[in-house]
Design a protein around this ligand. Structure first.
Ligand code: SAM
Length: 280
């Protein structure tokens, strides 16, 4: 590996047994963007640029870690989400593109007025920080994980927004306050779905952020909805990211709890992925 144009063949040669070609190319462009500051077209335009020794070492190290199925977002300690940059590390869920769609929905719905927002299970802080960057109001977030609160704090400073963060277990504590909008992307992957998941998620991403027992798939949705009903303002909204296989069940649950005007929305891949419901 001597110049920029050698990086692609090097990645393909070393990693095609581990990743499919399209995924690998996108990982490579993320790495090049992060370490060389080149976009996809910049990579082509500067294909003859000679790599410095330290740059070659960086790419060798990335490939080594990718062979161990470590997510690229942990290797470079960064994820781009809704046009912002978030520090990510082991123990914190990597923000996903589906969640950007949920954020986009909330932003489009709430552009006009100033509101109070609460994010439950904030992880890297990607949802609440993106809302704070694009909307007017007050922004609160909770998570059971101390590490998540620390990283969200760091991400809020990095993105120059003010968020009130608190370590809290939503399943075993009361919610006190009043909010106009509550949002959550809680753990929703069934334990039985583990066997079809990629190693780079299973071996690296936090269990507490991902899984629920098959016997109680809507545990978080039920607890959060019941608590939300007591703290949401009149005509306030609850937004959830959901497991694609539980759209109708989640609607039924929200109706039973007392929410109205419930709307289910598909993600870009045509899967039931998010829900909003009004508190009357
Ligand atoms: C699916 S992740 C979502 C993270 C982030 N909001 C995102 O969209 O990338 C779920 C988050 O819920 C948190 N969590 C799990 N159990 C919780 C609980 N009982 N109370 C509060 N947060 C919890 C996890 O630590 C994790 O950060």
């Amino acid at each position: 590996m001597k110049k920029v144009s050698d990086i692609l063949p090097y990645f393909l040669n070393e990693l095609l047994d581990f990743y499919d070609e399209n995924e690998l190319k996108s990982i490579m462009y993320i790495s090049i963007d992060f370490h060389l500051g080149l976009t996809k077209s910049g990579t082509i335009l500067q294909s003859e640029r000679i790599l410095k020794d330290e740059e070659i070492l960086v790419f060798i190290n990335i490939v080594d870690r990718l062979q161990k199925m470590e997510p690229i977002q942990y290797i470079i300690s960064e994820t781009k989400f809704y046009g912002l940059s978030f520090h990510t590390m082991k123990g914190i869920l990597v923000p996903r593109p589906e969640t950007e769609e949920l954020v986009d929905w909330i932003i489009k719905d709430n552009k006009e007025s100033e509101k109070k927002y609460l994010d439950i299970g904030t992880g890297s802080g990607c949802i609440i920080i993106s809302l704070a960057k694009n909307l007017k109001g007050m922004f609160d977030a909770i998570d059971i994980s101390k590490k998540s609160i620390r990283i969200s704090e760091e991400n809020s400073i990095k993105n120059k927004v003010n968020i009130n963060l608190k370590q809290k277990d939503i399943l075993h504590s009361e919610l006190k306050g009043e909010w106009d909008i509550i949002v959550s992307n809680p753990p929703y992957v069934l334990r039985s779905e583990k066997k079809v998941m990629n190693k780079n998620v299973l071996n690296w991403e936090p269990e507490t952020a991902l899984f629920v027992e098959d016997t109680d798939p809507l545990l978080f949705y039920e607890e959060i909805s019941k608590k939300a009903l007591t703290v949401l303002s009149k005509n306030g909204y609850l937004y959830f990211e959901i497991n694609e296989n539980f759209g109708n069940e989640t609607i039924k649950l929200l109706e039973e709890i007392g929410f109205v005007n419930i709307e289910l929305k598909k993600d870009i891949n045509g899967k039931d992925r998010m829900i909003k419901a009004m508190c009357k």
